[in-house]
Ligand binder design. Structure first.
Ligand SMILES: C[S@@+](CC[C@H](N)C(=O)[O-])C[C@H]1O[C@@H](n2cnc3c(N)ncnc32)[C@H](O)[C@@H]1O
Length: 432
């Protein structure tokens, strides 16, 4: 029987192979694949749902598959592993008719040289998954979707409950968070959202308009930008003032730069990657904000005058953004945490040298690893000319529980009853 292959399923299998077998990030795969934009809106939604479900449910998917694969697949089998993972995720979690998924997966395997030899195996395994998988799944907790090394490190840092909460937010449909630059009340009504603090608007998956976010009302006119509630906090904690000179180090794509510039401060955005800086410039143009952007390495660049404030959003392993970017769970390693910590401390040291005495410095990372957050801040207080700066909790009452004097730590799994929050570490200092 001839089965027509859906472009969404082919795309998903390719994305999962690129990410899980070849170590590419989802963003890089998307940037290099014209196939995604060429698909219809419906196919794009299905492709995202399948690939996203494999990444969010990888532990459960692989345990179920292992039950029915007599021995592990050999290494060089092209898309075969991804075809099995995608079909299993779809059968177990997306409630599509199982017979159609199985026959399409078998046809996909039959259509390529490297996978053809496995088509009968795919048929046998996926039929078992369809028949027995939903029942067997009940014995497999969602915590297996978080890799062991992260479970161990998060358990040590935040306790057992954080793992359960992280596992819960990982498999949920995520809300869309916007940072609104003016008339928050108006946009709350227009976009059916819930305002959070002074600038954020959370739109739940059920209230969200369908389709491309760049087509939503207010995007073109620059009324708002997409930004997780947690990612908006560093600039709010810095409390930018009109006319002061602020350096945003490691700035692209400019989410925090925009918040700083919208306050009327004179902002210099420093970013090492030219392509990312171009995106920052485009974003500032859309938002109607005036920023001086500089393509430079934060470790080499020196400002002409010392700044009133510096914001350092350091490069990091990004393990804290696992709920919006679940590929980080598979891609990051403990070795990368240690490499990052060295770079982060060097960048923070350079940042301190750009600041006038009495100036404010905010250091932040979207990592849930204490080596990249708490440890860096502790070292900074010991080794750099920086003192702690108390964070004012008044306007930040919605995250008050995460604030301790001069730092704010959002653990993985935070707000598990309210749609989740990216894990972040933010520390405030003053230059001595
Ligand atoms: C976490 S992202 C910044 C996100 C940004 N602050 C925002 O809110 O949209 C870190 C950025 O630092 C840049 N970067 C990494 N090392 C750098 C360095 N040594 N100097 C300048 N930029 C650097 C990366 O290219 C990346 O764009």
């Amino acid at each position: 029987m001839h089965v027509k292959l859906s472009p969404a399923r082919i795309w998903a299998a390719n994305a999962i192979t690129a990410i899980l077998d070849h170590g590419h990030s989802m963003d890089d795969f998307l940037a290099g694949s014209n196939g995604f934009t060429a698909m219809s809106q419906r196919d794009r939604a299905l492709a995202r749902a399948i690939a996203g479900t494999v990444l969010r449910r990888l532990g459960q998917v692989d345990i179920i598959l292992a039950l029915y694969l007599a021995k592990p697949l050999p290494p060089k089998t092209g898309l075969m592993r991804a075809i099995l993972r995608c079909a299993t995720a779809e059968i177990l979690f997306l409630r599509s008719p199982a017979f159609a998924i199985v026959s399409e997966a078998v046809s996909m395997a039959a259509s390529k040289g490297k996978t053809r030899a496995f088509r009968h195996l795919a048929n046998a395994v996926l039929r078992k998954v369809a028949a027995e998988g939903p029942e067997r799944l009940k014995e497999i907790p969602a915590t297996v979707n978080i890799p062991d090394w992260l479970c161990q490190s998060w358990q040590e840092a935040y306790g057992e409950a954080a793992i359960e909460e992280a596992a819960k937010v990982l498999i949920e449909d995520q809300p869309t968070d916007l940072t609104v630059f003016r008339e928050l009340a108006d946009w709350t009504e227009k976009l059916s959202g819930t305002p959070i603090g002074e600038q954020s608007l959370r739109i739940s998956p059920s209230d969200r308009q369908a389709g491309d976010i760049t087509k939503w009302t207010g995007f073109e006119g620059g009324a708002w930008q997409v930004q997780d509630v947690a990612a908006a906090l560093p600039a709010l904690i810095l409390k930018p003032r009109a006319e002061e000179y602020i350096i945003d180090l490691c700035a692209a794509p400019g989410g925090k730069t925009a918040q700083l510039a919208a306050s009327g401060a004179r902002v210099t955005a420093v970013e090492r990657s030219q392509s990312r800086l171009t995106r920052l410039d485009q974003n500032m143009k859309r938002l109607g904000l005036n920023v001086q952007s500089v393509c430079a390495d934060a470790l080499q660049w020196k400002p002409e005058t010392l700044a009133d404030a510096v914001l350092v959003d350091a490069p990091c392993t990004a393990t804290g953004i696992f709920r919006r970017h679940p590929d980080v769970l598979a891609l990051k390693t403990p070795e990368q945490v240690n490499d990052m910590a060295e770079r982060q401390f060097s960048i923070l040291k350079a940042a301190a040298s750009m600041l006038r005495p009495g100036g404010r410095l905010i250091y932040c990372v979207c990592s849930a690893q204490v080596e990249e957050g708490e440890e860096i801040a502790r070292r900074a207080l010991e080794e750099l000319p920086l003192g702690p700066l108390a964070i004012e909790t008044g306007p930040l009452s919605y995250v008050e529980t995460f604030i301790k004097e001069n730092y704010l730590r959002i653990p993985p799994g935070a707000w598990d009853d309210k749609g989740g929050l990216d894990a972040f570490y933010i520390a405030a200092f003053t230059r001595q």
